[in-house]
Design a protein around this ligand. Structure first.
Ligand SMILES: [Ca+2]
Length: 113
């Protein structure tokens, strides 16, 4: 049983090493092809193809947009929860007025600063 798990972990590690090695070789290959053989368009001559730089830039922008939207959704959700709590509080007041025998409405409490 334990040995079986050990073999699986070893397989995962070997697979990871193979994938990382392939990625490293591909990265070096693209760099050499771009920098020394001019096979990909590279206006700033840093060895990174312009298309790849654009994709990375787009991905970074997408992450920023996603983070901003997530933050806004969290803020709006907080507002909705706050409003819902206030509504529950107010509806308790309505129930109280309905069940009371005499009507002596207090109104809102004055704000304390
Ligand atoms: Ca470049």
């Amino acid at each position: 049983m334990f040995f079986h798990i050990f073999i699986k972990k070893e397989n995962i590690m070997n697979t990871t090493l193979v994938v990382l090695s392939i990625l490293a070789v591909a990265t070096i290959g693209v760099f050499v092809a771009t920098k020394f053989f001019g096979m990909f368009k590279d206006e700033d001559k840093d060895g990174i193809p312009d298309k790849l730089e654009e994709k990375v830039k787009d991905a970074k922008e997408a992450v920023v947009v996603f983070k901003t939207k997530t933050k806004r959704v969290a803020e709006e959700t907080k507002d909705v929860v706050k409003a819902a709590k206030e509504m529950v509080k107010q509806s308790k007041d309505v129930v109280k007025v309905v069940t009371e025998k005499t009507s002596n409405r207090k109104g809102r409490k004055p704000k304390q600063n």
